[in-house]
Design a protein around this ligand. Structure first.
Ligand SMILES: NC(=O)c1ccc[n+]([C@@H]2O[C@H](COP(=O)([O-])OP(=O)(O)OC[C@H]3O[C@@H](n4cnc5c(N)ncnc54)[C@H](O)[C@@H]3O)[C@@H](O)[C@H]2O)c1
Length: 348
């Protein structure tokens, strides 16, 4: 198999991450990098051609594919250039600032018959893949609620991320991944969405969101992100009619909990708590709850690129399809609308 000659446009934080990953994969040959800031090019890997613009790179290097890792506002222009130059494209997320922009991208990539996908690599996160398996294999029965929570302690954003017009803010950042994960997991039409979006400590861009998605199959999903919660965690909860599954941590630490009693209409035993007596919310009687381990998964973000190679050689269907990327962008627009109006948005 011939190596895929690939160039990276935008050699900042993600551009460097991509270069590090590509050098671990034999099927890629990192051929060129381009960045308008010469300082970013100083540590370009030896033997790789360096350019200052996408145009120079497309004209000056022999490439099969490009990765676009420039700030969000520039993605449309970059995709248009790469498509017209007939290169396969991996664009960083969010692919576009709006659905309208994304439609222009799909049009130009279709017109030029180039492979077009987006780096929504968090479909290969360990915590997510474990919960997807819990959901798909009905390990807690029929799920009725899913919570995906990400809390951090460093609310301040940096560089272009603090400017809304450049595509800053957390909805464009982690929001894309967290929404994509839920849509990929539940994979059912959406009935409605209700959301809040706040600028807690950043003046211009959102740094908090809380999104409720009601799916047509009855599942209610909640996606909550706070950059300034000061109680960091990455947590999941899936409630089903045969048990509950929890995760706390990116490594997927957690458990499945079951009971043989809960759904059999057995009256709860009254127990005393600091808040008074209760049948349902006190400590469970010994033996009532059974804990089981979560399924194990072996995944890494490198798998995203291994999958891309198979799609590039037509051996596998694209996993991050343009229509799925578009759906995430539609949700993001609905989130902004719901947060602005305080109303639920009817969907699909
Ligand atoms: N998939 C992920 O997990 C993930 C994580 C972080 C960032 N991102 C995405 O990656 C992209 C880049 O983010 P970043 O954090 O690396 O930003 P960054 O600021 O660190 O890097 C962007 C680079 O692009 C360069 N640049 C800007 N305009 C350019 C142009 N017209 N031509 C060539 N180079 C140009 C800048 O000089 C800079 O070096 C964004 O779309 C961001 O959302 C994705």
């Amino acid at each position: 198999m011939e190596k895929i000659k690939i160039g990276i446009a935008g050699f900042g934080f993600m551009g460097h991450c991509h270069a590090d990953t590509l050098k671990t994969i034999d099927e890629f040959q990192l051929t060129a990098v381009a960045d308008i800031n010469p300082n970013q090019l100083r540590d370009a890997p030896l033997g790789v051609n360096v350019f200052h613009t996408m145009d120079e790179m497309l004209n000056g290097a022999d490439l099969d594919a490009v990765i676009i890792s420039t700030p969000n506002l520039t993605h449309l222009e970059m995709v248009e250039k790469a498509a017209k130059a007939k290169k396969a494209i991996i664009c960083e997320k969010p692919a576009a600032m709006t659905v309208e922009e994304f439609d222009k991208m799909t049009a130009v990539t279709k017109e030029n018959k180039v492979l077009f996908t987006v780096h929504q690599q968090r479909r290969w996160d360990t915590d997510y893949c474990i919960m997807k398996e819990v959901y798909d294999k009905k390990l807690v029965g029929e799920a009725y609620v899913i919570k995906s929570q990400l809390y951090g302690f460093n609310g301040y954003m940096h560089d272009w991320h603090v400017f809304p017009e450049l595509g800053g803010g957390m909805l464009y950042d982690w929001g894309v991944h967290l929404i994509d994960q839920i849509l990929n997991m539940v994979n059912t039409p959406i009935e409605s969405l209700y959301a809040d979006l706040k600028n807690v400590i950043n003046e211009n861009v959102d740094d908090y969101f809380n999104i409720m998605i009601r799916f047509k199959n009855g599942v209610m999903a909640q996606i909550e992100l706070g950059t300034y919660y000061l109680t960091p965690k990455r947590a999941w909860f899936i409630g089903g009619d045969k048990g509950s599954a929890v995760i706390d941590g990116f490594a997927g630490e957690g458990k499945i909990v079951r009971t043989s009693h809960l759904l059999q209409n057995v009256p709860g035993k009254i127990t005393m708590t600091a808040a008074g007596p209760t049948r349902s919310f006190g400590p469970a009687a010994p033996g009532l709850l059974i804990e089981e381990p979560l399924p194990q998964v072996q995944v890494s973000h490198r798998d995203y690129f291994l999958h891309f190679i198979r799609s590039f050689y037509n051996k596998e269907e694209l996993m991050i399809k343009p229509e799925e990327v578009r759906r995430v962008l539609c949700i993001m627009e609905a989130v902004r609308e719901s947060a602005k109006t305080g109303e639920a948005i009817r969907f699909e």
